[in-house]
Design a protein around this ligand. Structure first.
Ligand code: SF4
Length: 685
């Protein structure tokens, strides 16, 4: 598929899968993308890519692409013109807002879309409709990271650059499998570890990186807070904390040390199922390395104590002085290509574009002046609240861009019930996803290869997305669709032009001040960007946004999901991704990657398999109080005893029928990593 052919031109753009944000070069022949390669001149990936990015052109013109608007009539989709679809939506939105007010409408934005598209979408929901009911998939991935880091440092984004990997002496990877989920970054860490740098991994699964780790702390899901408290305790007891940094740059240390010292190490080791001595050695290694660099993923955030875990990670970095210089820091591995950007652009219910609190009167005045209409001040609904609101008939219309919430959000039956309770469900999509099937109106959007704009990657790097080919006939870019609709609703919004929207963003969002498409050039710029175009590789060098960093304490507590269900459902399910597929695999299933991996597998520890008479290749019934799925079993000691693992790529399996209602206590991020389940044999291999 990717063999060398004479091409008409090459267009440099940015990958639309994971938060690494690889630069790609699309080869165009006869107005079609025929191959993807990687430019050598790139800060992010310098000639490297993974199997997802390299074969991404397979999905953009797949025969399954949606190419005409659809309106559901009498339970069946009928093709419609764009005007018919817009008029239908306008009539329904006007009816609903007249009868029930603007808060009966909600929007879910897409981390797959550009900054400019996310910006205009939140503007439509806030300024043209009049509600703060806008959220994005950060709710179910890194909302605890953003929130937790805002509480401790003041800024909810990666403190350092990926390039700092070359300047670190020790890596600590918590609840992340970058080899699969962020492959180019994972490979960089792996190379450095193979050169002799130290590695600590906290993970219940023996990932590729865990195999190389000096310290693999194979903890039970839901016990990150216990293990981090142990690490903090051992560092303080050994007097290995950075006294100067603690004195000059932090506050709250006196109470912090008192709380950490009273923690019972034997108890915490027992609940986490870890070796106390191993945790102690890892803690001392982290504190004594010259530069310790932390990375974390959804194994941190998608837990009931997700935000608390993030704040303890920040504590660890602060008390050891591993913040504010090269080769250190707290570095969330943002899952989706532009989830950082979606939040930056204000696709969250409590903060508008630029992270201004919408409930603040000054902020309301600021947005009101910029948007020309009174900006709503009541904080909006988070995604789980939108679902509950739909079932309670308080939310009557939802507009979703590029999110297959039925397949990817937890407790699929609950999500389906919510969507079926709506009076209007608008879905902007490129394929007929499980969510689009439930829509009242489907609007055919476009892929990253057909649009201009910018994405912001996991290291705050704003990068250009350059149109490689025109939108397929019958489709429109997502920014165009939203803008058309704003105009239909009578809002004074100019025709969609990504560069003009970027100029508006630079006017509103303080850390985008000096950003222009020209200045972004090939390499992009890391925010905050100053008016003169200089960018920022490392945050918190001299001071934190909060002034001093805030040290916070939290005790470990058992997840409510486990506490409530452990007798009936004694196993803990944790989910993640394989290298070849991306989340709901809406895109990767339509590339040649499907030839390599074509089903979700259930990984079961040999002792748990023996008890249930399960062998590799058997079909097992994975079930919880929410639902059940049938999956092929692989018996392996990669998973810890008591833990089962699977992926959620295939709608044939719908693994999220089983996952639960647990949520991070502060942000309502879904607790995908801790679901109480049981497994039973259905049939032999
Ligand atoms: Fe790079 Fe991630 Fe895209 Fe792979 S999926 S090419 S690592 S951005």
């Amino acid at each position: 598929q990717s063999k060398s052919v004479a091409v008409d031109k090459k267009v440099r753009t940015t990958c639309s899968y994971c938060g690494v944000g690889c630069n790609l070069e699309a080869s165009i022949k006869d107005n079609k993308v025929v191959a993807i390669s990687t430019p050598k001149e790139s800060e992010v990936n310098a000639g490297h890519t993974c199997i997802k990015g390299r074969y991404a052109f397979g999905f953009y013109d797949h025969p399954d692409r949606l190419k005409t608007p659809l309106i559901k009539k009498n339970g069946k989709f009928e093709e419609a013109s764009w005007d018919e679809a817009y008029d239908f939506i306008k009539k329904e939105l006007n009816r609903i807002t007249k009868e029930s007010g603007p808060d009966a409408v909600a929007g879910i934005s897409s981390a797959r879309c550009t900054n400019e598209e996310n910006y205009v979408f939140q503007k439509m929901i806030r300024a043209a409709i009049g509600t703060n009911n806008i959220d994005c998939c950060a709710r179910i991935c890194h909302s605890p990271t953003a929130w937790g880091m805002q509480q401790t440092f003041g800024t909810g984004a990666a403190t350092n650059s990926t390039e700092d990997i070359y300047h670190a002496d020790l890596f600590m990877v918590i609840g992340a499998n970058p080899t699969n989920a962020h492959p180019v970054t994972g490979a960089k860490i792996k190379q450095q570890v193979m050169k002799g740098k130290k590695l600590i991994v906290l993970d219940p699964i023996t990932t590729e990186l865990a195999k190389l780790a000096d310290y693999h702390i194979k903890l039970r899901p839901g016990t990150n807070v216990a293990v981090l408290n142990m690490m903090l305790h051992f560092i303080l007891k050994a007097n290995l904390y950075d006294k100067d940094f603690v004195r000059d740059r932090t506050e709250g240390f006196a109470n912090f040390i008192k709380e950490i010292e009273r923690q019972d190490m034997d108890h915490l080791a027992k609940v986490a199922g870890v070796d106390k001595q191993l945790v102690k050695e890892a803690a001392i290694a982290y504190a004594t390395a010259k530069n310790s660099m932390e990375f974390h993923g959804l194994g941190v955030t998608e837990q009931e104590q997700g935000s608390k875990t993030v704040m303890l990670i920040a504590d660890l970095a602060m008390i050891t002085g591993n913040i504010g210089r090269k080769g250190v820091g707290v570095n969330p591995l943002r899952g989706q290509n532009n989830v950082q950007g979606a939040a930056d652009m204000g696709c969250q219910p409590h903060q508008g574009a630029g992270y201004f609190e919408v409930a603040d009167e000054k902020v309301q005045n600021f947005y009101t002046e910029k948007y020309g209409v009174v900006h709503p001040t009541k904080a909006g609904l988070k995604i789980p609240e939108m679902f509950d609101g739909a079932i309670n008939k308080e939310v009557k219309a939802v507009w979703i861009i590029g999110e297959d919430i039925v397949q990817t959000d937890p407790n699929s039956a609950h999500v389906v019930q919510a969507m079926n309770s709506l009076e209007l469900l608008v879905v902007q999509e490129i394929f007929m996803s499980e969510t689009a099937k439930l829509a009242t109106v489907v609007l055919p959007g476009t892929t990253f290869l057909e649009k201009n704009g910018t994405f912001t990657n996991t290291e705050r790097r704003i990068q250009r997305v350059n149109r490689a080919v025109p939108p397929l006939p019958g489709t429109k870019t997502d920014g165009t669709i939203v803008t058309d609709m704003m105009q239909k609703l009578g809002f004074d919004q100019p025709e969609y032009d990504a560069d003009q929207v970027l100029a508006e963003i630079a006017d509103i969002v303080p850390f985008f001040k000096g950003v222009t498409r020209e200045r972004l050039g090939k390499m992009g710029l890391q925010w905050p960007v100053q008016e003169d175009g200089t960018d920022t590789q490392i945050l918190h060098k001299e001071t934190f946004k909060l002034g001093k960093g805030r040290l916070k304490n939290f005790d470990w507590k058992e997840s409510t999901e486990i506490e409530t269900n452990k007798k009936e459902y004694p196993l803990i399910l944790t989910t993640s991704r394989v290298l070849q597929h991306y989340n709901a695999a809406t895109m990767t299933r339509r590339t040649s990657n499907i030839n390599i991996v074509s089903e979700d597998l259930l990984l079961v520890h040999p002792n748990d398999a023996n008890k249930r008479e399960l062998n590799t290749g058997d079909i097992g019934r994975l079930y919880s109080g929410r639902g059940e799925v049938a999956l092929k079993v692989e018996v392996t000691d990669k998973v810890k005893e008591g833990i089962v693992f699977t992926t959620f790529h295939f709608p044939e399996h719908m693994v999220n029928m089983v996952t639960g209602h647990g949520k991070d206590e502060e942000t309502m991020c879904a607790e995908y990593k801790v679901s109480a389940v049981e497994v039973q044999k259905i049939s032999n291999q």
